[in-house]
Write a protein that binds this ligand. Structure first.
Ligand code: A3P
Length: 272
C-alpha cells in the first residue's frame, strides 16, 4: 500500500504541461470534435478542451503561453489539441515546424459539398437569418461561376491547402481520417489513428454505441453501458435542403480538386 502511495506521489511529480505531440489541424466541420473526444478515451492521451488557436491567432503570445493551455501529463502520455482553422492558414505549417518538426498532424476530411452545407448550417444557427446559400456560393446566381472567395467554398479545396502543408512537412507525418467513416465505422478509424500516433490499441468498436435518434455514434462510459455519451446538440445538426441543381453545381466544381487530392494522398475517399 505504502509503495503504491509513494509511486503515485512520484507520478504526480512527473506531471507537467507539455507542448502538443499531435495536432488535429482540421478541417472545420469534418468531425474534429468527435475525433478529439474519442481520442480522449485513451488513457495515454490528454487533450485541451477549447481550441487554442495559437498558431493562427495568438502566435505572438509565445510558446510558454501555449504550453500553459495544455493539460498536465505524465511522460508517457500524448498531449493533443485541435484547431480546425490551422489547415487553411498559410503561416501555420512553418510555425508548427518551428515548435517541433516531429509534430504529428491529423486531418479529418469530409465530402467538401456536405462540409460546405454543414458550415452554412452553423452560420445560420449562429446568426439567425442569413443570406441564402446560393447568393453567397455563386457569382450573379450563375451556377457555373462558383464564388471561391467565400470561405465556406474555399475550405473544401483540400488539395490547395494540403500543398501548403507539404511544402513544410512530409506526407508520412500527416494522417487522414475519413470523416464519413468516422461516423459509420468509428472503431476502424480510431484503430488507424491510434497506430499513427504510436498508441496501443485501446479504443475499438466496443467503445461506441449508435444513438439511433441522432444517427451518430456516442461513447460508452463502461463496456456494459446501454447508453453512450453523445456530442452536444451543435454537432450533427439538420441541414437545410438545397435544390438539386445547387448540389450538382458544387459536385461538378469540387470533382477535379477531389481527384487531385486522392492522387496526392493516395486515398480514394469516394466522394461522388
Ligand atoms: P454536422 O453538424 O453538419 O452533421 P466539427 O466538430 O469538426 O465541427 O464537425 C462537426 C461534424 O462532426 C458534424 O457535422 C457531424 O456530421 C460530424 N460528426 C462525426 N462524428 C460525430 C459524432 N459521433 N457525433 C456528432 N457529430 C459527429
Amino acid at each position: 500500500k505504502e509503495s503504491e502511495e509513494e509511486s503515485s506521489v512520484e507520478g504526480e511529480s512527473l506531471k507537467k504541461r507539455r507542448l502538443p505531440h499531435a495536432i488535429i489541424i482540421g478541417v472545420k466541420k469534418g468531425g474534429t470534435r468527435a475525433l478529439l473526444e474519442f481520442l480522449r478515451v485513451h488513457p495515454d492521451v490528454k487533450a485541451t478542451g477549447p481550441e487554442p488557436h495559437f498558431f493562427d491567432k495568438h502566435y505572438q503570445k509565445g510558446l510558454d503561453w501555449y504550453r500553459n493551455l495544455m493539460p498536465e501529463t505524465l511522460p508517457h502520455q500524448l498531449t493533443i489539441e485541435k484547431t480546425p482553422s490551422y489547415f487553411i492558414t498559410k503561416e501555420v505549417p512553418a510555425r508548427i515546424c518551428r515548435m517541433s518538426n516531429s509534430t504529428k498532424l491529423v486531418l479529418v476530411v469530409r465530402d467538401p459539398v456536405t462540409r460546405a452545407i454543414s458550415d452554412y448550417t452553423q452560420i445560420l444557427s449562429k446568426h439567425g437569418k442569413s443570406k441564402s446559400f446560393q447568393s453567397s456560393a455563386f457569382i450573379r446566381n450563375d451556377t457555373t461561376k462558383i464564388n471561391t472567395s467565400w470561405i465556406v467554398i474555399r475550405i473544401g479545396l483540400y488539395v490547395k491547402h494540403l500543398e501548403n502543408w507539404l511544402s513544410v512537412f512530409p506526407m508520412k507525418q500527416i494522417h487522414f481520417v475519413h470523416g464519413e467513416n468516422l461516423v459509420t465505422n468509428p472503431g476502424e478509424e480510431m484503430r488507424k489513428v491510434q497506430t499513427f500516433l504510436g498508441l496501443r490499441t485501446f479504443i475499438t468498436e466496443d467503445n461506441f454505441i449508435l444513438n439511433k435518434t441522432r444517427g451518430f455514434p456516442c461513447i460508452k462510459k463502461t463496456m456494459s453501458s446501454k447508453r453512450g455519451h453523445c456530442l452536444d446538440e451543435s454537432k450533427g445538426r439538420k441541414h437545410p435542403i438545397l435544390p438539386e441543381s445547387v448540389i450538382a453545381a458544387l459536385r461538378r466544381f469540387y470533382r477535379p480538386f477531389n481527384a487531385k487530392f486522392y492522387r496526392l494522398t493516395n486515398i480514394n475517399f469516394h466522394w461522388t
